[in-house]
Write a protein that binds this ligand. Structure first.
Ligand code: NAD
Ligand code: GDD
Length: 317
């Protein structure tokens, strides 16, 4: 039986990935600083440990055939665009990547997946909210708008250099805002989908919700199940990437907030306030994904938001 390791198994995407890999019959080990908050970590083995420590990374990869590296110090706009966590984000995530990749190569791991982000794309291509450019080949000249994005770009290069110089195969995805049940929904690290659901669910009928920025900034959001499907397909393919894993259903943030309001059935209005906003526009470009995997996500945003709203409402209750 193939043995796989999920780094960041206590987190949102890692937790869902463990469940999927277990369903597919793999022997799964998870490693994280914390256990999964919203569900049982149903891995065969779980190491509660810090991947900034090379000894933990070495222990985690012992006897493993394939690694999924999702551990990172990450969050939504309220976490990565304020500048207050830049040093931690760069240090913590880079150390996880250096240690996990180094230990994997020494252990003889055959293949490793790395979760990069759309935040590595240059800001100058994401100034027009209605026409952002995020094709994979637009990454250079590099100019991400956050240190989080710079670390992702460095780590992409790190993984690719190991593939070139050692016999370890890498697969790299650039995730575009993944959302769904069991994702962080409060505490400051939550992203817009969870934040909108929480604000709407907590608002009293006839009141308002606060939305950061003028609401004209755009994004696309990918539902967790389709993200996991894409990761598995990429891992099983012979394409290294980097490749976008995201949705092409772009929406303005005010329209997105209104979608959450509509789902709730409440009568609420939007109040736009100052806040960390990041790039003006972002949308996944799935041409390469479709070309290489002959597959792309298709779930309408509204469907994913209905499921997410229901889950966050139940968490609040
Ligand atoms: P998450 O925060 O829920 O999960 C990350 C996990 O990594 C957390 O459980 C955290 O405890 C763990 N971790 C952090 N530092 C660690 C350390 N030193 N040792 C061990 N574990 C550590 O985030 P997520 O949404 O599940 O994201 C997973 C990956 O995908 C991350 O690399 C993230 O940067 C990337 N990504 C996510 C999105 C998204 O929209 N969710 C978008 C782009 C990229
Ligand atoms: N989080 C949040 N909370 N965002 C809000 C809110 C709110 O209450 N109100 C409005 N927004 C706006 C933000 O200002 C931003 O312009 C937009 O919604 C999207 O915010 P996020 O979902 O927090 O982050 P992001 O899309 O800028 O970046 C996320 O996606 C990247 C990949 O595409 C982050 O999760 C990154 O870590 C990730 O790599």
């Amino acid at each position: 039986m193939k043995k796989v390791l999920v780094c960041g198994a206590g987190g949102f995407i890692g937790g869902h990935l463990v469940s999927r890999l277990k369903n597919e019959g793999f022997w799964v080990r998870g490693v994280d600083l914390k256990e999964n908050e919203y569900g049982n970590t149903n891995s065969d083995d779980f190491i509660l440990g810090d991947l900034r420590d090379p000894e933990i990374a070495k222990k985690a990869v012992k006897g493993i055939d394939e690694v999924y590296q999702l551990a990172a110090d990450m969050g939504g706009a309220g976490y990565i665009f304020t500048g207050e966590h830049d040093a931690d984000v760069m240090n913590n995530s880079a150390l996880c990547n250096l240690n996990v990749l180094g230990a994997s190569q020494k252990e003889g791991v055959k293949r490793i997946f790395y979760s990069s982000s759309a935040c590595m794309y240059p800001e100058y291509n994401q100034m027009d909210p209605n026409n952002p450019k995020c094709s994979e080949d637009s990454a250079y000249p590099a100019a991400p708008d956050s240190e989080y994005g710079w670390e992702k770009l460095f780590s992409e290069r790190l993984y690719l250099s190991y593939q070139r110089n050692y016999s370890i195969e890498v697969r790299i995805a650039r995730f575009h805002n993944i959302f769904g049940p069991q994702g962080t929904w409060n505490g400051g690290k939550e992203k817009a989908p969870a934040a909108m659901c929480r604000k709407v669910a907590e608002a009293t009928e006839g009141s308002y919700i606060e939305v950061w920025g003028d609401g004209k900034q755009t994004r696309s959001f990918l539902y967790i199940d389709e993200c996991i499907e894409a990761v598995i397909r990429l891992m099983n393919s012979n394409f290294s990437g980097p490749v976008n894993i995201g949705s092409e259903e772009m929406i303005s943030i005010n329209d997105f907030a209104n979608m959450a309001i509509d789902i709730s059935g409440k009568n609420l209005i939007i109040k736009n306030i100052e806040g960390p906003t990041g790039v003006r526009g972002r949308n996944s470009d799935n041409r390469l994904l479709y070309d290489k995997l002959n597959w792309q996500p298709s779930m309408p945003l509204r469907e994913g938001m209905e499921k997410t709203y229901k889950w966050i409402e139940s968490q609040i209750k």
